[in-house]
Design a protein around this ligand. Structure first.
Ligand code: UD1
Length: 414
């Protein structure tokens, strides 16, 4: 990606369907042998990966534009292979529905990850509590259960995909499952609502106690995926960093309260306008301190983008990452662009210098890549970002969307 920085972004951007909702919904479609119709499916590489994963299992997936029909009439294999799991950790989500429906699942152990160790122990402990036997064989987690039986699971951490995985398994278990300290993210709520539309009985969505009454079977349904709050937040920051004025169409402000509050503090104007959010900045960027937290706190998936913005402030800002260890891969690259950032444990201290300068940089993970694009848009001169395949995992047509609002950005073959 080659960016000539310095253009103000002005215009309208349509926000796509949420990656982190679409992935579990594709997979939750395994819970029924009837067709499921999904709308507002984003065009992302992670969605292609989940499609491949479902096809390997003998499931029919038809995609056309933003629509997808998934029909898991019968399950062929119950295995998620290493080749796919290593490119997309969220593949672990097949474990819950497979256990629920086939009583067996084999999923490759995900292995290392650019943003920390990211274990899946809480998923596995939960499945065991529901009655599954778990073994590790040749790099694969093999889970088997004669039957799944409702129980109380108290999560030591409110894991997002862990809560989704256990909720999907519990939906078809015998009796009632209570998940304490459950994740409250809007995407978790979406999975619960989807299960309920299929005839499931999940209550407490959006709170930290979920009660799931197991039902004998679920039926097909039709569902429109919520807008992507991380994509929206990324473009909000883009408006701020380029002193632009963007209208983000199709956002859900109630999912973005913590981000909007922080960006207000940083000097941005953000307000609701028919069916979207108007985001602009006219004055200086102010330094703010941020601590990432589970929802409704400030999302870790927007930490890197906010850090890029803080490099443009004139002052000191402290960003603490409490959700993931080692999620500061972007720091070294931002430093190449002239940023003054010092990492101390879980915190990054940013001495904003009011400017960044274009440089060749390398993308390391999805949101780190987004922060480099933002930095490039605001920097003086040319920024060349390599390994941008990370971006395609989670941002739909990013350079097209940015070009349409005035960015000087293009993709060239590496
Ligand atoms: C999901 C999101 C990701 C987001 C993250 C936190 C998807 C597909 N991905 O990831 O974009 O950054 O939530 O909002 O929805 N943990 C354990 N053991 C486990 C599971 C998690 O110790 O079994 C820890 C993790 O290491 C991390 C914390 O719990 O420190 C939260 O992780 P989790 O919520 O599970 O993240 P994901 O669901 O993987």
């Amino acid at each position: 990606m080659i960016i000539q920085g310095g253009e103000r972004l002005i215009g309208e951007i349509q926000i796509a369907g949420a990656k982190n909702a679409a992935l579990p919904l594709f997979i939750a479609s395994l819970l029924t042998d009837e067709p499921v119709h999904l709308h507002n499916v984003p065009a992302l590489r992670d969605i292609d990966t989940v499609e491949k994963l479902l096809r390997i299992m003998g499931i029919t997936v038809d995609r056309s534009g933003g629509d997808a029909t998934i029909h898991a009439k019968t399950l062929g294999t119950i295995e998620a292979p290493y080749e796919l799991v290593k490119t997309m950790r969220a593949s672990i989500l097949v474990m819950g529905p497979l256990l629920a429906r086939a009583r067996e699942a084999k999923v490759s152990l995900p292995g290392g990850c650019a943003i920390g160790t990211r274990p899946i122990n809480l998923h596995l402990d939960g499945f065991q509590a529901l009655g599954a036997r778990i073994t590790l064989e040749h790099g694969y987690i093999h889970a088997r259960a004669k039957r799944l039986k409702g129980t109380t699971i108290d999560l030591p951490l409110p894991t997002v995909t862990g809560t989704e995985n256990l909720m999907m398994a519990a939906a078809l278990a015998e009796g009632t499952t209570v998940i304490e300290n459950a994740a409250r993210e809007p995407e978790v709520v979406e999975v619960g609502e989807f299960i309920n539309q299929m005839g499931g009985e999940v209550s407490g969505l959006g709170t930290n106690t979920l009660v799931i009454k197991g039902v004998p079977g679920l039926h097909g349904t039709e569902y429109t995926i919520m807008p992507d709050r991380v994509e929206a937040a990324t473009y909000m920051v883009a408006a701020g960093m380029t002193r632009g004025n963007l209208f983000l169409k199709g956002t859900q402000p109630q999912h973005l309260k913590a981000v909007i509050e922080k960006l207000h503090e940083a000097g941005m104007e953000i307000y609701e306008e028919n069916g979207g959010l108007r985001c602009l900045l006219t004055g200086p960027i102010k330094s703010v301190d941020v601590k990432t937290l589970p929802f409704p706190g400030f999302p870790t998936d927007v930490q890197a983008q906010l850090m890029a913005m803080m490099c443009l402030a004139n002052g000191l800002s402290v960003i603490s990452e409490t959700v993931f260890e080692n999620r500061f891969m972007h720091v070294g690259e931002l430093k190449r662009m002239g940023a003054d950032i010092q990492v101390e444990g879980h915190s990054a201290i940013i001495r904003g210098r009011g400017e960044l300068s274009g440089a060749p940089v390398m993308a390391t993970d999805l949101r780190a890549s987004a922060s480099l694009v933002l930095a490039g848009l605001a920097a003086s001169g040319t920024t060349e970002i390599s390994r941008i395949y990370h971006l395609d995992r989670g941002y739909e047509r990013m350079e097209e969307k940015l070009r349409a609002v005035g960015a000087n950005i293009r993709r060239v073959k590496e």
